[in-house]
Ligand binder design. Structure first.
Ligand code: ADP
Ligand code: MG
Length: 448
C-alpha cells in the first residue's frame, strides 16, 4: 500500500496549487490514508459522511486527474469512512462466504479474475472498457453484454472480473456464474425430478447472471426455451446478463432466433488474438503476480516466448509457468537457451494447434481478397495483389511478432525494408479506412 500512499500524497501536494487555500485547508489539510486499491480503484479513508459527500461532489474529478498525473495511470477513487473499513475487514476475516447466501452465488467466481490482472491491449480494449462500465453500472450500460472470441483469449476472465468487481462494491449482491453446460445439466435434473422450484430460485432470484460459452446451447431446444424465459425475467427486472461465446450472436448455430436476436439487444464486444506487445505485457503482469523481478527476466526472453506462443493466452501462460518452474528447480537464470530447453515439447504442440503461422496467414488473406497464395508470394505488382500481400505482411508482423528479415524470408526472400514499408502502409491506412479495419478484424477472427 505504501506505493499508493505515496501516489496519493504526491497527488494531494499538487492539488494544493490548483484549488483555493481555503478549500485545501478544509478538506485536505489532515492527511488521508489509502486503505486499499482494488480493481483500479483507490479507496481513501475520510473523516465522516459529510466530508465523503463534499469530496465526492466537488473534488473527485480533480483528485483523479492529479493521481493520473503523478502515476501515469487512471485510478478511480472511492472515498470511504471508517464504517466501510470495519465492515470490509469483517468480511475479510470471515474468508468464508456469507453464510446466508447460497454458495453458488459467490463460490464459483475465481477471485484472481479481476480487471487489475487483465491486460488491456488493442485486441481486447473495447471489450475491457465496456466490461468495466457494465461492472460499474450493472443493468444500465449494456444488457445483455455479449463477449465473443476464440479459445483462451480471456472471455471467462473478463466476465468474472465483472462479477468480482460488483461483489467488491456490494458484497451481498447475488452473482451467478455458470457455463451453459451447467445450465443444461441443472435443467435436465429439474425435468427429471419434475421440480422447478429450486431451479427457478437459483437462476432467477439473482442480480447478475454470467453465462459462459453459450454456443453449447445449440440443438437443446427445450433448454433454450427455459433460458429464454430466464433471460426475459432477468432482463425485465433490469438484472445484468453477461454472455460469452466463441462467435457473434448472428453466427450461432441451432439456437432459436428469438434468443439470438435478444443477444443483440445490448452490446457485442469481440476479443481478438493479442498482438505481440500485449502478449509481452500479459507475461509481465503474470511475473509480477509471481513476485518475480522483471530485471531478472530479460526482455528478449519475453519476446522469444511471445513469438512462439501467439494464439492462445492460456498456452502462453502455461509456457511461462513452465519456464519459471524449470528455472527454479535448476537454479538457473532466465535465458533463451533455458526457454528453448524447457519449452521444447510445448513448441511442437503449439505449432500443431496454432493457425497463426505465416503460411496460414497468407492463405487466409488470399482467400479473403480472392488472390492466390502464389500471387501473394510472386513479384506481381498488380494493385489488388500488392495490397493483399501487404495485409498479409502486416498481420504476420502483428500476430507472430517475427522480425522483419524473418518475414522477408517467408515472403519469397524479400528485403526487410520492403516488409517494413508494407506494414507501415497498412498501419497508416488502418487509421482512415473502415473497410480495412473490418478486413483486419475479420481475418484475425478467422485466424483465432
Ligand atoms: P477464454 O474464456 O476466452 O477461453 P480465459 O478467460 O479462460 O479464456 O483465459 C485464459 C487464460 O488467459 C486465463 O488464465 C486468463 O487469466 C488469461 N488471460 C487471457 N487474456 C488475458 C489478458 N488480456 N490479460 C491477462 N490474462 C489474460
Ligand atoms: Mg472460457
Amino acid at each position: 500500500m505504501e506505493k499508493y500512499q505515496r501516489i496519493w500524497d504526491d497527488a494531494i501536494d499538487r492539488l494544493k496549487s490548483n484549488i483555493s487555500q481555503q478549500s485545501f485547508d478544509m478538506f485536505f489539510s489532515t492527511p488521508k490514508k489509502v486503505y486499499k486499491v482494488k480493481n483500479n480503484k483507490m479507496y481513501v479513508v475520510v473523516q465522516n459522511n459529510h466530508e465523503q459527500f463534499m469530496l465526492d461532489k466537488f473534488y473527485l474529478k480533480e483528485v483523479v486527474e492529479m493521481i493520473a498525473e503523478v502515476s501515469g495511470f487512471n485510478y478511480d477513487v472511492k472515498f470511504i469512512t471508517n464504517d466501510y473499513v470495519k465492515n470490509d475487514q469483517q468480511a475479510f476475516d470471515l474468508t468464508k462466504p456469507d453464510p446466508n447466501l447460497p454458495k453458488y452465488y459467490r463460490g464459483n467466481l475465481n477471485t484472481t479474475y479481476t480487471f487489475d490482472r487483465f491486460v488491456a491491449g488493442k485486441s481486447n480494449r473495447l471489450a475491457y472498457m465496456i466490461a468495466l462500465q457494465v461492472a460499474e453500472r450493472p443493468g444500465e450500460v449494456a444488457n445483455p453484454l455479449y463477449i465473443f472470441g476464440g479459445v483462451g483469449l480471456g472471455k471467462t476472465h473478463l466476465m468474472q472480473a465483472i462479477g468480482n468487481f460488483i461483489l467488491d462494491d456490494n458484497p451481498s449482491s447475488r452473482i451467478l456464474y455458470c457455463t451453459s453446460e451447467k445450465f443444461i445439466d441443472d435443467y435436465r435434473h429439474a425435468t427429471l425430478d419434475n421440480n422447478f422450484e429450486a431451479f427457478k430460485e437459483k437462476y432467477r432470484n439473482i442480480d447478475v447472471l454470467l453465462i459462459d460459452d453459450i454456443q453449447f446451447l445449440s440443438k437443446k431446444e427445450q433448454t433454450q426455451t427455459e433460458f429464454f424465459n430466464t433471460f426475459n425475467e432477468l432482463y425485465n427486472n433490469n438484472k445484468q446478463i453477461v454472455i460469452t461465446s466463441d462467435r457473434p450472436a448472428s453466427d450461432l448455430k441451432d439456437i432459436m432466433d428469438r434468443l439470438t436476436s435478444r443477444f443483440e439487444w445490448g452490446l457485442q464486444a469481440d476479443i481478438q488474438i493479442p498482438d505481440t506487445q500485449t502478449r509481452i505485457e500479459i507475461m509481465k503482469k503474470k511475473l509480477a503476480g509471481e513476485n518475480i523481478n522483471l530485471e531478472e527476466f530479460p526482455e528478449e526472453v519475453l519476446e522469444f516466448i511471445a513469438s512462439k506462443f501467439n494464439s492462445n493466452v492460456r498456452t502462453l501462460e502455461g509456457a511461462l509457468k513452465r519456464l519459471i518452474f524449470y528455472a527454479t528447480i535448476n537454479n538457473s537464470d532466465f535465458t533463451i537457451e533455458l526457454a528453448n530447453e524447457a519449452l521444447r515439447d510445448l513448441f511442437k504442440a503449439e505449432q500443431k494447434n496454432s493457425k497463426v503461422d505465416v503460411n496460414n496467414i497468407i492463405k487466409e488473406v488470399g482467400a479473403y481478397y480472392d488472390v492466390s497464395v502464389a500471387d501473394i508470394l510472386s513479384k506481381k505488382r498488380k494493385k489488388n495483389i500488392a495490397f493483399a500481400r501487404q495485409v498479409a505482411m502486416f498481420l504476420t508482423r502483428e500476430l507472430t511478432g517475427s522480425s522483419f528479415p524473418k518475414i522477408g524470408e517467408a515472403f519469397s526472400g524479400r528485403d526487410h525494408t520492403t516488409i517494413m514499408h508494407g506494414c507501415e502502409k497498412i498501419e497508416k491506412e488502418l487509421k482512415e479506412s473502415d473497410e480495412l479495419k473490418k478486413a483486419i478484424s475479420d481475418l484475425k477472427q478467422v485466424l483465432s
